[in-house]
Design a protein around this ligand. Structure first.
Ligand SMILES: [Zn+2]
Length: 334
């Protein structure tokens, strides 16, 4: 389960070490692109600190945390729209000496159970002016408060804040992890196969894909095109395929890229596992026309097509170019 994967992550084990050594920081910065995993990690983090059994998952405290109903756990900026006003309310809230409904006994005051936790998600999207406003809680940390920031990267985070928060990386998951999780969740093999291949290690992305069966047909069609498109006349026929429509072409190129990378693994004889699953025979068939150089070229051409889409070049032009260039790479680099 994602929960197990997170509990075994370095970020979590390091944090547990802090906690048991009474070296818990007043500010953390957790980096990870996967918003779903971030959300799960927040609950795990809070329950580990606040639950007297270190996050048992079944007590009243844990139950409240997992239902987002614990009064000592505050969430900010889940929607990425934090403004100065919200920052001010966070500051005010964090300096309050205790929270209402606090049933912590006096002898628990010094332990983690009396802490309050403020999560700020999407911190890399918080405007510099808002970050500046928040600087106060990092410079003069409120008592018994832990601020935990979550972001995809540190790029847009003020140095003054970065330097005051303990940096930790959330794990990136493998396609295998995600595949197994989806099967456990009761999704069919075919759906789990595509969603994990596409996930790029993100549960958030994987779950977006499992919600829509149309993805699977498109994915299968991409294999067919790469297997069968053998000459320029066929290119012209394929351009009309719905996988190259305005709505679909971006994802088609993403699929092409994933498939061709596996083809590159096949051609080079590398021991790296494939990203696609249960498609070994298709990969082998596609690989037959390629050398390592030509498949590398084909992947570059797909990337080039993605860049063209981003500069608003028409889908038909992009599709035509990518298919021709893939053919050309195959013959030129034999
Ligand atoms: Zn508990």
């Amino acid at each position: 389960m994602i929960g197990d994967l997170l509990q075994n992550s370095k970020a979590y084990l390091d944090f547990k070490k802090d906690l048991s050594g009474d070296k818990i920081s007043h500010a953390y910065l957790f980096l990870g692109e996967d918003k779903l995993a971030r959300r799960k990690y927040m609950r795990l983090f809070a329950s580990t600190i606040l639950c007297r059994a270190g996050g048992c998952g079944v007590c009243d405290t844990c139950d409240k945390i997992y239902n987002d109903a614990h009064l000592g756990v505050h969430y900010y900026n889940l929607d990425g729209k934090m403004n100065v006003k919200m920052a001010e309310s966070l500051i005010e809230e964090s300096y309050k000496s205790s929270w209402e409904g606090n049933d912590v006994k006096d002898d628990d005051r010094s332990s983690g159970a009396s802490k309050r936790i403020f999560f700020i998600d999407n911190f890399d999207s918080v405007a510099p002016a808002v970050q500046n406003k928040l600087l106060k809680v990092f410079e003069e940390p409120p008592k018994n408060v832990i601020i935990a920031l979550f972001a995809g990267s540190t790029y847009a985070i003020l140095q003054t804040i970065k330097s005051r928060a303990k940096l930790s990386y959330l794990p990136k998951f493998t396609a295998e992890d995600i595949h197994n999780e989806l099967i456990k969740d009761g999704y069919s093999r075919s759906i789990a196969e595509i969603a994990s291949a596409l996930s790029d290690g993100s549960f958030e992305r994987a779950y977006l894909f499992v919600e829509d069966e149309g993805y699977y047909n498109q994915y299968s069609e991409c294999f067919e095109v790469l297997k069968n498109c053998k000459n320029s006349t066929m290119v012209v026929d394929y351009i009309g395929n719905s996988i190259f429509s305005k709505e679909n072409i971006a994802r088609t190129l993403e699929f092409f890229s994933i498939i061709l990378k596996d083809v590159a693994i096949k051609v080079s004889g590398a021991k790296t596992p494939y990203t696609t699953r249960n498609r070994d025979y298709d990969i082998q068939l596609i690989a037959e026309g390629y050398t390592t150089a030509s498949v590398a070229m084909a992947i570059l051409e797909v990337n080039q097509g993605q860049a063209m889409l981003n500069s608003y070049i028409s889908p038909v032009t992009v599709a035509e170019r990518v298919l021709f260039k893939i053919l050309e790479a195959k013959y030129k680099w034999q």
